[in-house]
Design a protein around this ligand. Structure first.
Ligand code: GAL
Length: 390
């Protein structure tokens, strides 16, 4: 399918939400889901536009039913998935589940290889709205090309009769930016993110040239670095998923959290909160519900920011710029553990700013009039986000 004929509209960026894996691992159950639904309302996440409550690996029994159907783990989900889906829907939210293209999931629950149509029908019958589909499963299934394995479930979901958003989770192996977006609504662009802001050894990404290597130990910064090369493949409906947000899972400074959230938003990754909401600080909640940054993620133009190599200094300052529906956005990221001042000249970034109406930094709300040049002070690991209204 060419990008012109792909069936995914820009609106499908609206499957921001929460997913269980990074906070709970396989220890997920019905009451965690119900509490999360409750907290979605009380913390203002639902009002901010987060919509999908997704349950990752660990939800199913270790065996299929005797006649070969997937079934929920009856101890953890005593009411079953269809009832849980009804509950989530009754609160005006949507529900996601996790499956796998191999014989087994990564936590050794049944995978969907050979059962794609049957499992897609099961998801549809239960009322599932979103499926994350993984890449584990052993030799027998891994010998098939990922397009085939992930394509089979895409076809099955389309036949299921229910509109189910499809998140390909193939860890950034085998260049999913070339095929993943045509098969799913998103594709994971790297191995698993861990609760780490910066990690120069995990995920094998020390320089810009770190594309297809490394599975485990990705950090916030490694995934940002990987996007320097592949942001060019982001087009509406072909979204790279930078993995769950680690905000709330480790001690990050407020500036590190802002950097994390800014890049996920401006690079059009789905915004998937991945923490225990009951322990999320007020500061982090406010950050995750920042309307200006969420608006960048959901911008109707559907364009990403791209790395501006000529204006950046490797390992020190990253400059990114892109177009939004009513202007441009410029990100300045201080990759160092000390404060730096950076003089940015918007004219030199290849942006057409004739007719500039005003410049505003989105995290502080500070206005810079019609300045074309700004000497920006950046705290350690801080990202400033300049919106250039046109
Ligand atoms: C990994 C996947 C993670 C998580 C985990 C569950 O393969 O990348 O995001 O879903 O499996 O076992």
């Amino acid at each position: 399918m060419s990008s012109e004929t792909a069936f995914h509209p820009v609106e499908l960026l609206r499957w921001d939400g929460i997913r269980s894996w990074n906070a709970y691992g396989v220890n997920i159950n019905e009451s965690v889901v119900k509490n999360t639904v409750q907290l979605f309302e009380t913390l203002g996440l639902k009002d901010a536009g987060y919509e999908y409550i997704s349950i990752d690996d660990g939800w199913s029994a270790f065996e299929r039913t005797p006649d070969g159907f997937l079934q929920a783990n009856s101890t953890r989900f005593p009411d079953g998935m269809a009832n849980l889906a009804d509950y989530v829907h009754s609160k005006g939210l949507k529900i996601g589940l996790y499956g796998d293209s191999g014989k087994l999931t990564c936590a050794f629950h049944p995978g969907s290889s050979g059962y794609e149509e049957r499992d897609a029908l099961t998801y549809a019958e239960w009322g599932i709205d979103y499926l994350k589909y993984d890449n584990c499963g052993g030799f027998a299934s891994m010998v098939e090309a990922p397009e085939v394995r992930f394509g089979a479930m895409n076809d099955a979901l389309k036949l299921s009769g229910r509109d189910i958003s499809y998140a390909v989770c193939e860890w950034g192996y085998q260049f999913p930016w070339h095929w993943g977006g045509n098969i799913g609504h998103s594709y994971r662009m790297a191995g698993d993110i861990t609760a780490s802001f910066i990690n120069e050894t995990g995920c094998a990404c020390k320089t810009a040239y770190c594309l297809n290597t490394g599975y485990a130990g990705c950090s916030v910064v490694t995934n940002i670095k990987k996007m320097r090369e592949i942001s060019q493949y982001q087009t509406p409906g072909h979204w790279a998923d930078m993995d769950g947000l680690e905000i709330g899972n480790i001690n990050m400074t407020i500036y590190q959290q802002q950097t994390h959230f800014t890049f996920w938003a401006a690079l059009k990754s789905p915004l998937i909160i991945s923490t225990d909401l009951a322990t999320l600080s007020h500061e982090s909640t406010a950050l995750l519900t920042n309307k200006d940054i969420i608006a960048l993620n959901q911008d109707s133009l559907g364009k990403v920011v791209n790395y501006v190599e000529t204006a950046s200094t490797e390992g020190s300052i990253q400059v990114w710029a892109g177009e939004i529906q009513d202007g441009h956005v410029v990100l300045l990221f201080n990759e160092k553990s000390f404060q730096q001042t950076y003089k940015v000249s918007f004219n030199s970034l290849g942006l057409n700013i004739a007719g500039l109406k005003g410049v505003k930094e989105l995290w502080s709300g500070k206005s810079y009039g019609k300045s074309h040049t700004i000497a920006a002070k950046l705290a350690p690991y801080q990202t400033l986000v300049f919106k250039l209204a046109m």
